[in-house]
Ligand binder design. Structure first.
Ligand code: NAD
Ligand code: WQD
Length: 339
C-alpha cells in the first residue's frame, strides 16, 4: 500500500484524515511544527485505529528538515494541510501568513520535486470564490477576490500549483476547496481545539455549551437570507476526511490538476445551527444579535456534483450528526488536549 506524508497531520482536519487513511490501509507519516496543535492528537489517532505511525516535528519552511524526512520515508504522495488559518489574525499579521503558507508551500514543493514525489492534495477553501460569484459555487467559476490575506494565500497557492503542472506535467495535483468543516470523530477522542477565543461559529457554540463563554454573538440578522443570518455549507469533518482518501487515491493513479468542492451542497443559517445544536444536545445556547462581522458574505454553499461524479464522494452525515459529535468531543475534552 502507498505511503502518504501528511503535513499538519496533528491539526483538526489532518488528525481526522489520518484516521481515515489508516483505516483505508495506507501507511502514513506526519509532519507538524505544533504551532496550532498538540502531539497528543496523534496518540489519540493511534488509539482509535490501533495502528502506529511516525510523527516528525518539522516546519514546512525548513527544507533541510523536510528533505531528511522525504529521503528516509520515501512517501508516494503528500496531503498538505499545514498552514495558518485564522482570518482575523491574517489581517493583522499578513506577512506571517504569506511567509508561513506561501513560502512554506513553495519549500515543500521544491523538496517534493527534488525527491521525485510529485503527487499532492492541497487544502484550499471556498474562500477562493470571493464575494463576486453567486451561490451555489461551482468549480468552473472564476476565482474571486479574497477579503483577507488568509484567503489570498489560498488563491496564490492554487495558482502556484497550476503553474507547476504547466511547467512539468508529471505532477498530480488535487485542489480541494473545503466549505465549513465542523463536528468531530464519533469516538469523542479527537476534535477541534482552538487557541483562545474561537473565531468560528461551531467552536464558539461548543464553548458556550460547556460554560467557557457566556453567550454567542450572532453577527447580523439583516442579510438577504431566509432568517437574515449568514448561510454556510457545514460539512462533517469525517466526511471531509473521507473526501481526502478519494482524492489521494485518484492522485496516485493519474497526473494533472483537479479541483473539487468538498461541501454538502446545503446551506444552513447561523440560527439553524444554534437551534439544531440545542435540540440534538438538549442544552441551551444563549445568544444575542450584534452587528455584521466585516468581510462576511451572506451565503456560501457548494455545488458538490463534481466530487460525486469524479471522486464518487458525497457527504453522508447530516447537521444533527455534526452537532452531536461536536458536543461529544467538547463535553469529554473541555480543555481540548490539555489535561
Ligand atoms: P489546524 O490549525 O488545526 O491544522 C493546521 C496544522 O498545520 C496545525 O497542526 C499546525 O500546527 C500545522 N502547521 C501550521 N504551520 C506549519 C508549518 N509552517 N510547518 C509545519 N506545520 C505547520 O487547521 P485545520 O482546520 O485542520 O486546517 C487544515 C488546512 O485546511 C489548513 O491549510 C486550512 O487553511 C485549510 N482549511 C481549513 C478550513 C477550516 O474551516 N478549518 C476551511 C478551509 C480550508
Ligand atoms: C460562519 C457563520 C458568521 C462566529 C471561515 C473562513 C473560511 C473557512 C471556514 C478556512 C457566519 C457567523 C460566526 C460567531 C456568528 N476557513 N458567526 N458568530 O466565516 O464562513 O468561514 O471558516 O478556509 O475561509 O472565513 O466561518 O464559522 O467563522 O462563520 O454569528 O461567533 O457564523 O457571521 O455567518 P466562515 P465561521
Amino acid at each position: 500500500m502507498s505511503k502518504i506524508l501528511v503535513t499538519g497531520g496533528t491539526g483538526y482536519i489532518g488528525s481526522h484524515t489520518c484516521v481515515e487513511l489508516l483505516n483505508a490501509g495506507y501507511e502514513i507519516v506526519v509532519i507538524d511544527n505544533f504551532c496550532n496543535s498538540s502531539p497528543k492528537s496523534a496518540a489519540r489517532v493511534k488509539k482509535i485505529t490501533g495502528k502506529d505511525f511516525k510523527v516528525c516535528e518539522c516546519d514546512i519552511r525548513d527544507k533541510d528538515g523536510l528533505k531528511k524526512v522525504f529521503e528516509a520515508e520515501k512517501p508516494d504522495a503528500v496531503i498538505h494541510f499545514a498552514g495558518l488559518k485564522a482570518v482575523g489574525e491574517s489581517c493583522v499579521k499578513p506577512l506571517e501568513y504569506y511567509e508561513n503558507n506561501i513560502w512554506g508551500t513553495v519549500a515543500l514543493l521544491e523538496v517534493m520535486r527534488d525527491c521525485g514525489c510529485k503527487r499532492i492534495v492541497f487544502s484550499s477553501s471556498a474562500t477562493v470564490y470571493g464575494s463576486e460569484n453567486k451561490v451555489p459555487f461551482v468549480e468552473t467559476m472564476p476565482v474571486g477576490t479574497a477579503t483577507n490575506p488568509y484567503g489570498t494565500t489560498k488563491i496564490y497557492i492554487e495558482n502556484i500549483l497550476q503553474d507547476l503542472y504547466k511547467a512539468d506535467n508529471e505532477w498530480s495535483i488535487e485542489l480541494l476547496r473545503y466549505f465549513n468543516p465542523i463536528g468531530a470523530h464519533p469516538s469523542g477522542q479527537i476534535g477541534e481545539n482552538p487557541n483562545g477565543i474561537p473565531n468560528n461559529l461551531m467552536p464558539y457554540i461548543a464553548q458556550v455549551a460547556v460554560g467557557k463563554r457566556e453567550m454567542l454573538s450572532v453577527y447580523g440578522n439583516d442579510y438577504p437570507t431566509p432568517d437574515g443570518t449568514g448561510v454556510r455549507d457545514y460539512i462533517h469533518v469525517v466526511d471531509l476526511a473521507v473526501g481526502h482518501i478519494k482524492a489521494v487515491t485518484r492522485a496516485l493513479g493519474k497526473t494533472g490538476v483537479d479541483i473539487y468542492n468538498l461541501g454538502t451542497g446545503i446551506g444552513y443559517s447561523v440560527l439553524d445551527i444554534v437551534n439544531t445544536f440545542m435540540e440534538v444536545n438538549k442544552i441551551n445556547i444563549p445568544y444575542k444579535i450584534v452587528d455584521r462581522r466585516p468581510g462576511d458574505i451572506a451565503e456560501c454553499y457548494a455545488n458538490a456534483d463534481k466530487a460525486k461524479e469524479e471522486l464518487g464522494w458525497v457527504a453522508a452525515l447530516n447537521l444533527a450528526d455534526m452537532c452531536r459529535d461536536t458536543w461529544n468531543w467538547q463535553k469529554n475534552n473541555p480543555n481540548g488536549y490539555d489535561d
